[in-house]
Design a protein around this ligand. Sequence first.
Ligand SMILES: Cc1cc2nc3c(=O)[nH]c(=O)nc-3n(C[C@H](O)[C@H](O)[C@H](O)COP(=O)(O)OP(=O)(O)OC[C@H]3O[C@@H](n4cnc5c(N)ncnc54)[C@H](O)[C@@H]3O)c2cc1C
Length: 479
Amino acid sequence: MAALKRVVIVGGGISGLSAAFALLEQAGSRDESVQCTVVEGQEYFGGKIVTNRRDGLVTEGGPDSFLTTKPSALALCEKLGLTSQLINTNKEHAQTFTYSKGRLREFPQGLISMVPTKLGPLFHSGVISWAGIVRMGADWIIPARARTNAEETLTEFFSRRLGSEAFDHLIEPLVSGIYAGDANELSVDATFPHLVELERKHGSLIKGALAMQRARSSHRPDATARTLFTTLQGGLGDLITSLTDRLSCAGVSLRRGADVRVVQSSGSHTDPPFRVELEGGERLDAEAVVLATPAYVSAGFLRSFDHEAATALDGIPYASTMTVSMVFPEPEVRSRLRGYGFVVPRVENRSLIAATWSSMKWAGRAPSGQCLIRCYLGGRGREHLLDLEDAELMERACRELESMVGIQPPPLHVEVYRWPRAMPQYTRGHRERVQRIRERVALHPGLYVTGAAYDGIGIPDCIRDAENTSAKLSAYLWE
Ligand SMILES: Cc1cc2nc3c(=O)[nH]c(=O)nc-3n(C[C@H](O)[C@H](O)[C@H](O)COP(=O)(O)OP(=O)(O)OC[C@H]3O[C@@H](n4cnc5c(N)ncnc54)[C@H](O)[C@@H]3O)c2cc1C
C-alpha cells in the first residue's frame, strides 16, 4: 500500500484552514487519504478573524463581515452548515455617512460599484460642489484610455474619469475602508479590475455602472436575498470554530502555538521534498507545503532556497491598522447615531478611517441599553498610531468621535486590537509581481503560496484562492 502523502499548511488563518478543508474535499472526491497538518504560530486559529464574546457583547477585533457578491464564503458556510446563522445588515438603518467639510453628510444613494450615477442625491448630500458634479459628468464624453497605456493608480484612474473632487470625497474613503491604503500607490488594475473593464467596454464609468444596474434589475428581486455584507450571528469566529472542528474530526492535525522557523526544500523527489522546522526544533517532513502566511513571512521561508521568489514576495508592502471597540450607554449616545456609521476621507487629515455603529448595523451585538461602536484607525502613512498606548488610542478615537459626532460620555468598556503589517497593498506592478511569485514557486513542485497577499484581500477572495491552491495541490499529489 502506498504511504500516505504528508501535507503541511503553514498559517491557520482563514486561508490556511480553508485550504485544508478543500484538500480534504479533494481527497474524498478522489477516494484518497492525506496526512494533513496545519501549523499556527499563535495560540489561536483564525489569524485576522478574532471574535470576542462577553457580557452580551459580540466584538470583532478584525473583519466584521464579508461580501455576498463573491460566492466563496457563502458556499463555505453552506458546507459547514452555517447558512442559518448568517445575518443581514439591519435594513432599518441602511444609510452610510461621510465626514466632509466639517460635518457628517449622508453618502449619496445611487453609487454602483463606487461609481456615482444619480444627480439628485449627489447634489443634496453636499459632499461635492456643483463644479465637481459637472466635472464628474464629463465621464460621459472623455474617451476611454488605450489598453496599451501604463497601469494607473486609483487616484490617477478616478481623477481622470470623474475628477479629483469626486475622487477625494466620495471614492477614496471607500477604498481606504477596504485596503487601509494610499490611493496614490494602489493599482486600479489589481484592486478594481472590473472598473477598468467597464471603462474599456462602455467608454465611460457612469455608462458602464448604469448598464450593470440594468443587467442586475432584469433579474427578479428575491425577498430572501442577502444584503451586500453578511456575518454570523455569533460573530465570524464561529466560521473558524466550525472549520477547526470539522478538520479535527477528519483527522487533520491542528498545531497551535507552533511557530514555523524554517522551511527547507531538499530539491529532490526521493528525500522528503520538504522539511518544516518549528520553534523548539521539532521537524515535520512533507511531500507538499502550503504557505498561507503573510507575504513577508513566506519570503523569509523561501529566502534560503529561492532568493528571487523571496525578493518578489518582499515587494508586497503592508499597511498597519487598529480597531478600537467601545461600548456606550445607549440613552446618552443613541440620538447622535444614524445609519451604520461613517467613513473619513484622507483629505480630512484625521486618525479615523471609519467608525461603525456595530449594534445598529447588526442584530445581537450589544445588550439592550448599550451601543457598540467600532473605530477603525491607521492605514498607510499613519502607522505611527501603532506606537500609542491603548489608553492614548482610545482617547484619540473618543476625541475624534466627539468632534465629528458629538459623543461625549466615557465608554463603559473598550477593546483595542492592533494589526501591524496586516493589510497587503496591491501597488502598481502587483499583478506582475504575483505572476513572478507564482512562476518561481512553481519551480519547486509541491510548494504553494496562498492568502490575502495575492488575488484579493477579502475573506471570500482568500477562501477562493485557498480552494484553487488545494485543487492544484491535489492534482500534484494524485495525478
Ligand atoms: C482590521 C481588519 C479588518 C478587516 N475587515 C474585513 C472585512 O470586514 N471583511 C473582509 O472580507 N476582510 C476584512 N479584512 C481582511 C481579511 O480579514 C484578511 O485579509 C484575511 O482574514 C486574511 O486571512 P489569511 O488567512 O490570508 O491571513 P491571516 O489571517 O493573517 O493568517 C495568517 C496566519 O499565519 C500565521 N503565521 C504567521 N507567521 C507564522 C509562522 N512563522 N509560523 C506559523 N504560523 C504563522 C499567523 O499567526 C496567522 O494566523 C480585514 C482585515 C483587518 C486587519
